[in-house]
Write a protein that binds this ligand. Sequence first.
Ligand code: URA
Length: 434
Amino acid sequence: MLISEIIRAKRDGDTLNADQIAAMVEGISTGAASEGQVAAFAMAVFFRGMDHAEAAALTLAMRDSGDVFAWDLPGPVIDKHSTGGVGDNVSLMLAPIVAASGGYVPMISGRGLGHTGGTLDKMDTIPGYVSQPSNTLFRRVVAETGCAIIGQTAALAPADKRFYGIRDVTATVESVPLITASILSKKLAAGLGGLVMDVKCGNGAFMDDLARAVELAESLTGVAREAGLACNALITDMNQPLASAAGNAVEVANAVDFLTGAHRDARLEAVTLALAGEMLALAGLAPDRAAGLKQATKALESGAAVEVFGRMVTALGGPADFVEAHASHLARAHLTRPVPAPEAGHVAAIQTRQIGLAVVELGGGRRVASDAVNPAVGLTGLVDLGVEVAKGDPLCLIHADSDEAADAAQARVLAAYSIGAAQSVPDPVIQIIA
Ligand code: URA
């Protein structure tokens, strides 16, 4: 089958059949489809869309482009995946909370993308932590501690790896069928029994309006269920950073403080516990989501979750005293600088994408895929929407390695924050698609 004919058919708005889609995915995996052809295909899908059957066929073909895990564990295998946000360190707390409640969470996470942070970059700030373990080590840690947060291996959905890299640089990420197939191919290959999607909605998310977020959530849950994977979705607010920290080491520190109870951001807590409750209910570990939320809260408050987190970090090569001594293990930036509010009033709006870009500006994210990220830099103490500030009060604290980078980040933060009259603040959990 000629790749160019498949692209032509999609360009002209035809519906592709499963054989055409499988041939395209094979071309992506083997390299038989050139980079230009893959980009043209992505753009054709971006503009023409795909129906449900096409998205499902693309998902399954991408899943089958590599290894598919099978687990034999004494409890349900369940995971969560976020569509990407700013200050979104939920996974670091959620995986141990669910593991401490009887679930097994083999969490295969990604690197930062554009203005959004990546769980893998955060885990990589922990000295010694092996975020790309062998399959044997990965399996052992999941079995023994209940969870392991690692990166995508080369053998898992390799078609997505190449396709995603090309989409990232050809402005074709924000397509519902392409995001659906990209996420679910990896999750199906991970051998899950259940998946809860955290679909972010707002000015810091890939889907900035509710109708698009619902469309994506319904596509993800529909295709997943058709492929035999139990899946519900929460649509959560991303009109402000979720944690009060954005960056890599600073978000890890925020997560450890959350787990120990030293400091918990309220919106982050609401989203994390809602997702945990949903996961426990979906996995059959709780009779319903309200009971799941109670169980998750207990796992957090009892210290069981932080204990699991500590064991996971150690099992994957991190320091044995990471929880107690994280401040001494995590990299620190050379300088810190508060960003003073330019006037008095309430925080009326935050351009969340700009906050993510401020982190990129500091070196905490990537401009191109090959960039190394600086673990130490970022923002802490980010002031929430609706909070009243006096002129000169800090909107956040910048952690930077140079004055120039701090200047650029400060300009972004000031442009991101609008100070004015008090506004109503969206609920952190907007909608549940079950
Ligand atoms: N995350 C993914 O893994 N893939 C996408 O396409 C978008 C977000």
